[in-house]
Design a protein around this ligand. Structure first.
Ligand code: GL7
Length: 807
């Protein structure tokens, strides 16, 4: 494996490898190669360099017979991979030079790669960051998920209205994966369970095949590589020859179409669940395949299943794979003759569960009749699990109740640890959703505050800042992010602050060019770039941001000679296609933006920009260019947030509430360096008990009242004056997320931000201080916490100072 900071091959050799792939893998010669051909050849040449570390990692794990981590997740929001792999292999400069020598532009080739959007938002992106950290830390691990044919939908705006079209990343060949046609498992559905000789025997009626595709995930400096194994659904027989011979050609291909539906499309709902049969089938499909695979691997190494928990740590990313509990019990009982209680305790020894949200609509529940029809054997096993749980902890909490199977309770009962994703969230998990189970199983709930990979979210996406950091504190920080604390000593050095500002300016100019090229939008790079990017959801309160924007617009018009701080308000994000209110909010942002942007009175002082189709790649351009990070959710609702960490790391101070990981970010940067506003989680709960709280808040704020009246009366929708009447009435009557109550405090804090930003040098110092102090939010730290507190696994990497101590 390569030594630190040395590229494994020279630019010349790498160019030869690209050309070789162009010829033998793409069948093209250089004069006729398209951008796609160059991109594929570059990707394949890079992939070649991952194979050796990958084999070596597998071999070492096998020899050591160490414990492996299995991360089960419905979503892996990977994004593009060329830069990611190049950076991890120290090949970014070499790759750029090699392509240059072949007459190609590296940036253009990189930008041709479609985003692998196999996730909705934070939960899926977290899984991708975790894979990066598991490899960087040298922890033997597999990520298991679904190879969706269509990732998250593409968003377009039609006169400001979100319309969705199917995403088609697999229309082109995916360069990074290895198909494993020999790794296949049958996944069974339906049928009935019969009692035969005192044993329950499942007679399923439908079989679908799960077939593996492997993508190597290489860690920092190529020291270790793990596998992301995604399952594609295939029919157990391709073609119904009998129907074909009868001349019924449609029926002949029906089995194939039916089976493939299972891995066809990612459900686009962020935190809500729709209770659809296909979704349950997707969940069981990938969970069963993953468990069959890991059990097969364990047995092939000569393991005794009783000791499975010593060798296998299975992490359930939310409740989506919660069927893993009963499925593992089924495998142990039905296929390996375990007694019920042994099967349950062995399964529980392997399983841990991460809760990612307190929103009640996101805690999965399945109608019991649907569940029993699709998974009759598991329905019975859950009854056994429930009985064992009652015997152990009493009957306060049921798993099956009111005709529903409750997946949160199932995951909790079958896990040896349950974790929340920020300090505040984990406490709220104990106090609210799982209060009774917390009493029954004290100590089971632990916290692991989320993190982000600094390789993608600083090193790769922010070259100007990366170079400044390297020049200032050396190059040891990408896998030891607390080293950024070393920047603290430079915060009062004018030369350092100048360079920090220059890096931000470069990134802002890059974003401006990008907006111009892509959307024809001009922005002033000297204005404050105030950014809110995330899924559109009422609890995230993009609406409050928009109301503040309109209030500011009013204020500037009322007082045109005031000393206003120019702002560009940038929004980005998708709404779930069925989430009506979220889509109204999108339309309102676009409508209000059109009016504000067209107003000569505020030109140059206030602008609204909403680039369509926000995704990981867009985040990589926006975040380094951001001056102000908007983290303004209703306190108690955002489990953690991870965008908040990315902004702070890239030198954007936060305006935010005491919610999720904001609380810990504020602890790290210092209260005086965080623009805090709004009610606390406890105050939110209390305020909701007050009658007519929203109406009172609106009456107390003439500024807010005026904005709401403008929106309601059609100032931003002159051709359809009542368009937003319902949205505004909603705020008066059931403002569940307390937009109205936090509005004044938000507006006032924004004016504090204005004043602070106007003092350019002290703002830049504040930005640099953020970068210096948030190294703790590396996902390496998070994964080390899981390894130590939950998985009991160790790093396989030795460093100069002995074993790398992650556990
Ligand atoms: C989420 C939370 O909403 C988000 O706050 C958190 O950062 C993320 C990762 O832990 O998980 N929960 C959830 O269901 N989605 C999230 O993004 C979709």
């Amino acid at each position: 494996m390569s030594s630190p900071n040395t590229p494994p091959v020279s630019a010349q050799d790498f160019a030869a490898s690209i050309l070789q792939h162009l010829k033998t893998s793409l069948g093209k010669d250089a004069p006729h190669a398209s951008l796609y051909d160059w991109r594929m050849s570059l990707s394949l040449a890079l992939r070649d360099l991952v194979v050796d570390p990958w084999f070596e990692s597998t071999r070492r794990t096998y020899e050591a017979r160490g414990k492996r981590v299995y991360y089960l997740s419905m979503e892996f929001l990977i994004g593009r991979l060329i830069e990611d792999v190049a950076v991890n292999l120290q090949m970014d400069e070499v790759a750029s030079e090699a392509l240059e020598s072949l007459g190609q532009t590296y940036e253009k080739v990189v930008a041709d790669e479609p985003d692998a959007a196999l996730g909705n938002g934070g939960l899926g992106r977290l899984a991708a960051c975790f894979m990066d950290s598991l490899s960087t830390l040298g922890i033997p691990a597999y990520g298991y998920g679904i190879r969706y044919e269509h990732g998250l939908f593409e968003q377009h705006f039609d006169k400001g209205v979100q319309v969705e079209t199917a995403e088609t990343w697999l229309e082109q060949r995916h360069a990074w994966e290895f198909e494993r046609p020999e790794v296949n498992y049958p996944i069974l559905f339906g049928g009935h369970v019969a009692d035969e000789d005192g044993k329950a025997v499942w007679h399923p009626e439908e079989t679908v095949i799960a077939s593996a595709f492997d993508t190597p995930v290489v860690g920092w400096e190529g020291r270790w590589a793990n596998t992301l194994r995604l399952w594609a659904a295939k029919p157990d027989r391709n073609f119904d020859l009998e129907s074909f011979n009868r001349g019924d050609y449609i029926a002949a291909s029906a089995p194939e179409a039916l089976a493939r539906t299972i891995s066809r499309v990612l459900y686009p709902d962020d935190t809500t669940d729709v209770g659809k049969e296909l979704r349950l089938k997707q969940e069981y499909f990938f969970t069963s395949a993953s468990l069959q695979d890991l059990v097969r691997r364990f047995l092939s190494e000569g393991g005794d299943l009783k000791s499975l928990p010593d060798y296998v740590a299975i992490q359930l990313n939310d409740t989506h794979p919660a069927i893993a509990g009963p499925e593992l019990v089924r495998i142990l009982m039905d296929l390996h003759s375990f007694e019920v209680s042994d099967a349950i305790s062995t399964a529980r020894g392997c399983l841990a569960y991460t809760n990612h949200t307190l929103l009640p609509e996101a805690l999965e529940r399945w109608p019991e009749d649907l569940f029993a029809r699709v998974l009759p054997r598991h329905h019975r096993i859950i009854q056994l699990i429930e009985a064992a749980h009652f015997a152990e902890a009493g009957e306060q909490v049921r798993i099956i109740e009111h005709g529903e199977v409750k997946m949160g309770e199932l995951a909790f009962v079958m896990a040896h640890h349950v974790n929340g994703v920020s300090a505040l969230h984990s406490e709220l998990v104990k106090e609210t959703v799982f209060a009774d189970l917390h009493q029954a199983y004290p100590g089971r709930i632990v916290n692991q505050t989320n993190g982000i990979t600094p390789r993608r979210w600083l090193y790769a996406c922010n070259p100007p800042l990366r170079n400044l950091i390297n020049d200032t504190i050396g190059t040891a920080w990408p896998d030891d992010l607390e080293k950024l604390q070393g920047l603290n000593a430079h915060l009062d050095d004018p030369a350092f602050i100048d360079r920090f500002q220059a890096a931000k300016d470069t990134n802002k100019a890059r974003l401006s060019d990008w907006l111009k090229d892509r959307d024809g939008v001009s922005v002033d790079p000297a204005a404050m770039f105030d950014v809110q990017i995330k899924r559109i959801h009422e609890y995230k309160r993009q609406l409050m941001n928009l109301l503040e924007t309109v209030a500011l617009w009013n204020e500037i018009r009322d007082n045109p000679n005031g000393a206003w701080t120019p702002r560009v308000k940038i929004f980005g994000g998708k709404a779930a296609p069925g989430y009506v209110v979220a889509k109204e909010i999108i339309r309102l942002i676009n409508d209000a933006g059109a009016v504000i942007n067209g107003d000569p009175a505020t030109k140059g002082l206030l602008q609204v920009v909403y680039p369509e189709n926000y995704n990981v790649s867009m985040a990589e351009v926006l975040i380094p260019a951001t001056d102000l990070s908007e983290q303004i959710s209703t306190a108690g609702k955002e489990a953690s947030g991870t965008g908040n960490m990315k902004f702070a790391l890239n030198g954007a101070p936060t305006i935010g509430t005491l919610d999720g990981a904001n609380v810990e970010i504020r602890d790290c940067v210092g209260a005086e360096n965080f623009f805090l506003f709004g009610l606390t989680a406890a105050e939110v709960a209390a305020r909701r008990m007050e009658p007519d709280y929203a109406r009172h808040a609106i009456e107390a704020s003439p500024r807010l009242g005026r904005v709401l009246e403008q929106i309601r009366s059609g100032v931003f929708s002159p051709s359809d004056k009542d368009r937003y009447a319902g949205l505004v009435d909603g705020l008066f009557n059931h403002d569940y997320f307390l937009v109205t109550c936090d509005f004044d405090s938000y507006f006032d804090t924004q004016r504090v931000v204005d004043t602070a930003f106007a003092d350019a040098r002290s703002w830049t110092r504040l930005a640099a201080l953020n970068t210096a102090r948030v190294g703790w939010f590396s996902s390496d730290r998070t994964i080390s916490g899981y390894a130590r507190d939950i998985w009991n696994v160790r790093s396989m990497l030795a460093t100069g100072s002995g074993d790398r101590d992650v556990a």
